[in-house]
Design a protein around this ligand. Structure first.
Ligand code: BEZ
Length: 386
């Protein structure tokens, strides 16, 4: 057994204090996103936005250099638990950022909750993630599906429509957005006469479009995104419906998709927490920087990825890059106000953005913001115990 005299201990302590802090290893970030399939575009944009913010910080987050481990989740929920476990157990990453698809992200949140690994969700809106599955180590910088369904429901109500039909993919995102839309639309005195769905990620819309033509509702609400949204908007137009039955969407319908949709998207009205045509100094600076860096125009997914990096930066800065100080990090992230290209937003007690939902209209190659559908919309986060 060693005995240290009080004097020797004091000398040792003093010399330790004089030592420089040990060099920190780069922060290991797991990026679990879809790089193939109908959400490949959104996945790529999330990563580009995330990397842009880091580049603006000189390649660091919270003063710490970063490295990446990337996984293509293929938007396949059946592979999500294995993919997530690899990042947690094999790669032992410090934090995981992902994903786009609600079913994939729900599986990720389950593993994050069990393992305690820090997870930041940069898109997927599954209500449960900031509801019954909420946890101190799970944050979202995008939206809940309810939020992005509710807002277009408000817009449709304000326009005075009374008979609506809905159409979407039959999975959590589609079903929860339709629920949000229906809630707001019915509050305004409207009625949804029929809900149409097809399996994700199918794009065989013809039979459903024929049904819409037969039912003749006053308005159609749709949620599709990525490659599926491009095809739906073109098919809706080609079926002759655009000219006769107005289409209202969650803004994913026309975000990051306009080049592919061409004239079929012109004039479409949607609601979302971002608009590429938002004319604020913050958004303009972001868009210019993004275009120079990536030779591409950013969309909502890029903004959400950028803000995931911003939120992590706040947490890491509070603990000088020491992710082991989890409580301090989480506290700073909970209190954060993020100066996003979408406008400033705060974090709800359940860790979901509290944010304005804009009304947008497609003009040329932009989703021009024409107003605010709902200010500071907060998801109630029902079922969350933290
Ligand atoms: C989702 O699955 O949560 C989702 C995917 C694309 C856009 C919006 C939501």
């Amino acid at each position: 057994m060693h005995h240290t005299t009080p004097k020797a201990a004091a000398v040792l302590a003093a010399s330790l204090c004089a030592l420089p802090a040990p060099a920190q290893e780069p922060l290991k970030i797991g990026l679990m996103l879809p790089y193939t399939g109908t959400f490949a575009g959104p996945g790529d944009m999330v990563e580009k936005g995330f990397r842009l913010f880091i580049e603006e910080q000189g390649g660091k987050l919270g003063g710490r250099a970063v490295t990446f481990v990337k996984v293509d989740d293929e938007s396949d929920p059946s592979k999500a638990t294995d993919n997530m476990n690899k990042l947690v157990k094999r790669d032992n990453v410090d934090v995981i950022v992902g994903s786009v698809h609600s079913g994939v992200a729900t599986a990720m949140a389950r593993v994050a909750k069990e393992s305690g690994k820090l997870l930041v969700v940069p898109n997927a809106g599954a209500d449960a993630i900031t509801g019954p599955m909420c946890a101190p180590n799970i944050f979202r910088t995008s939206f809940s599906n309810w939020q992005t369904g509710y807002a277009p429901g408000v817009v449709a109500g304000k326009k005075g429509y009374k008979r609506a039909m809905t159409i979407t993919w039959n999975y959590a995102a589609g079903n929860e957005m339709v629920k949000g839309f229906t809630e707001a639309f019915e509050k305004s005195g409207g009625q949804v006469i029929k809900h149409l769905t097809l399996p994700f990620p199918n794009v065989e819309f013809q039979a459903l479009l024929t049904e819409i033509a037969a039912q003749k509702p006053e308005v159609v609400y749709a949620f599709f995104a990525g490659g599926g949204a491009v095809k739906f908007v073109k098919d809706y137009d080609a079926a002759g419906l655009k000219a006769t039955i107005p289409l209202i969407g969650s803004g994913f319908l026309t975000d990051g998709t306009l080049q592919g949709q061409g004239s079929s998207a012109q004039g479409l009205v949607t609601a979302l927490h971002y608009g590429d045509g938002l004319e604020t100094p913050r958004n303009t600076a972001f868009r210019n920087k993004f275009a120079v860096t990536w030779k591409a125009n950013p969309d909502v997914y890029a903004v959400q990825g950028y803000d995931a990096a911003q939120l992590l930066n706040v947490g890491l800065a509070a603990v000088k890059g020491d992710v082991g100080k989890r409580d301090g990090m989480v506290e700073a992230m909970r209190k954060a106000t993020i100066d996003s290209p979408r406008g400033k937003f705060t974090i709800s007690p359940q860790h979901n953005p509290v944010q304005d939902l804009y009304i947008r209209e497609v003009k040329g190659e932009y989703n021009v913001v024409t107003g605010v559908a709902v200010k500071a919309l907060a998801d109630a986060g029902r079922g969350c115990r933290m």
